[in-house]
Write a protein that binds this ligand. Structure first.
Ligand SMILES: [Cu+2]
Length: 416
C-alpha cells in the first residue's frame, strides 16, 4: 500500500552563505536517508477484544487507574545490569510511517540488544501545495520511523549525519533515562556518526526528537525532526481487568505543526538551503500560531493513496505522536475502545472514549475495534485543525454492514 506525502528531494546547495554558516556554528545546530523498504506489518494475532463483562464499571478512570496501577506493574522495580556482550543482538529494519517494523506483541525471552540505524536527511518537502520547508528528518520521513522493542531490551542506535548535511543534530529519547534523553551524548555534526545504547525500562509509547539546544530545539522539532518508540510490555497489552489485548494491524500517526514565514504579499517564502530560513522561522514561531498542522508530514499524506485500511472484526492500534503541541484525536464513526492517553502501558487503558488528548511532547496509543465497513476519519477534534488545516487521516474498512448497529430506516425523501 502506498502512503506518505510526496517528498521532493533536492540536491545539496553548493553555495552556502557565510552568514548561515556562522549562525549554525554559533547556535550549535546539529542533523539523510534512503527512502524506506516496503513495509509489511506481520503480526501473529491471538484473540479479539475481551468481553465487555471483563471491563470494570469504572473503566479506565483516573481514580481506578491510580488504585490499580500497582496490580498491573509486573516488571522489576529496578533493573539489574545485564552482561550486554552476552545478549542476543537483533537488527530492526525501520520502515516509513505510517507502518511499524515487524515485531512480536509479546516476548518472554532474555533481553535483547535491538540495533537500529538512523540517517539524518535535510530535504525540502512540500507540506501543502505551494508551501515548502527544508525538513530535518530521521531516515527521510516526517515523522521519523517508529522503533518497537520490549520492556527491558536495549536500544542501540547508530545515528549518522552525512557530510551532505548543513546542520548539527542529536536525539533525545523520552523513553530513556539520563544525559538529556541521550541528547548530550549524540551530538553529530555533518560527516559524523555516533552510537548510543539505552535500556528501555518504561513500557509505553514515547516521542523522540532532535534537541540541539536553546531555540534550536523547537526549530528542529517544528522542521519535522521527531518520531516515536513503542516499548511493549513483555506480556503484551492488557485491558483494565488485566486480560490480554492484541491488535491485528498497527499504524503510526505523527502530527506536525509548521510555522512557515511569509513574504510581504502574504505568500509562503521558499529558501535555498536548510539553514537559510532560521531567522524568519524563529520570528514566525513566536506567535505560536502554526501555518500548517498535518498528519505524517504533509497535507493528505494519510488520505487517498495513503489512506489507512482495515477489515471488520479487526483491532487496529494507532500510535499517535505530537512533539510540540497538544491535540485531541477522535475517530468519526467509532471510538477509542482502549486508550493509553499518555502512552504509559503500565497503567490500564481508558475504555470507550469519544475523544482523548495527545499531550504536547508525548505519544498516545489507542485500539479501535472495527465493527462496520466504510470510511472512518481519524482526526484532530479541534475541527478547524482537522478541516481548515487538514489534520486528519482516512481509514477505510471492508466487511459486512451490521444493520443492528446502524440502519437507514428511510432514505431522505421530500417531507410528506
Ligand atoms: Cu536536528
Amino acid at each position: 500500500m502506498s502512503h506518505q506525502g510526496r517528498i521532493i528531494l533536492k540536491t545539496w546547495p553548493v553555495g552556502l552563505t557565510l552568514l548561515a554558516t556562522a549562525l549554525l556554528l554559533v547556535a550549535g545546530i546539529a542533523c539523510r536517508s534512503d527512502d524506506g523498504a516496503t513495509p509489511t506489518p506481520a503480526f501473529s494475532l491471538p484473540t479479539a477484544l475481551p468481553s465487555p463483562e471483563a471491563v470494570p464499571a469504572d473503566g479506565g478512570s483516573r481514580e481506578a487507574t491510580a488504585a490499580r496501577s500497582s496490580d498491573y506493574w509486573t516488571g522489576p522495580t529496578d533493573w539489574a545490569p545485564e552482561d550486554v556482550s552476552s545478549l542476543e543482538r537483533v537488527t530492526q529494519e525501520l520502515v516509513d510511517p505510517p507502518f511499524l517494523p515487524e515485531h512480536e506483541q509479546t516476548y518472554d525471552g532474555e533481553p535483547r540488544v535491538v540495533e537500529v540505524r538512523m540517517v539524518v536527511e535535510e530535504k525540502e518537502i512540500e507540506v501543502a501545495p505551494g508551501a515548502f520547508i527544508w525538513a530535518f528528518t530521521f531516515n527521510g520521513s516526517v515523522p521519523g520511523p517508529i522503533i518497537v522493542v520490549h520492556e527491558g531490551d536495549y536500544v542501540e542506535l547508530t545515528l549518522v549525519n552525512p557530510s551532505s548535511s548543513q546542520l548539527l543534530h542529536n536525539i533525545d529519547f523520552h523513553a530513556s533515562i539520563g544525559a538529556l534523553g541521550g541528547g548530550s551524548l549524540t551530538q553529530v555534526g555533518p560527516g559524523q556518526e555516533v552510537v548510543l545504547r539505552f535500556r528501555a525500562v518504561k513500557p509505553g509509547v514515547f516521542v523522540y526528537h532532535c534537541a540541539p539546544g536553546g531555540t534550536m530545539v523547537p526549530w528542529h522539532v517544528t522542521h519535522g525532526m521527531n518520531g516515536a518508540i513503542m516499548v511493549l510490555p513483555r506480556d503484551g497489552l492488557k485491558d483494565p481487568a488485566g486480560s490480554p489485548i492484541s491488535y491485528d494491524r498497527a499504524y503510526y500517526v505523527g502530527a506536525q505543526d509548521y510555522y512557515l514565514p511569509r513574504d510581504d504579499n502574504g505568500e509562503f517564502k521558499r529558501y535555498d538551503n536548510p539553514a537559510a530560513s532560521m531567522v524568519d522561522d524563529l520570528e514566525a514561531m513566536r506567535a505560536l500560531i502554526p501555518t500548517h498542522i498535518v498528519f505524517n508530514g504533509s497535507t493528505g499524506a494519510l488520505q487517498g493513496d495513503g489512506q489507512l485500511t482495515a477489515n471488520v472484526g479487526e483491532n487496529v492500534l494507532i500510535v499517535h505522536t505530537q512533539a510540540d503541541r497538544q491535540l485531541y484525536p477522535h475517530l468519526i464513526g467509532g471510538h477509542g475502545d482502549y486508550v493509553w492517553e499518555r502512552g504509559n502501558f503500565s497503567s490500564p487503558p481508558a475504555v470507550d472514549l469519544e475523544t482523548w488528548t495527545i499531550a504536547a511532547g508525548s505519544a498516545g496509543a489507542s485500539i479501535h475495534a472495527i465493527r462496520q465497513p466504510g470510511t472512518y476519519v481519524y482526526l484532530a477534534h479541534n475541527l478547524i485543525e482537522a478541516f481548515v488545516y487538514d489534520a486528519k487521516a482516512i481509514l477505510v474498512a471492508e466487511g459486512e454492514w451490521n444493520n443492528d448497529l446502524m440502519e437507514q430506516v428511510k432514505p431522505p425523501t421530500n417531507i410528506q
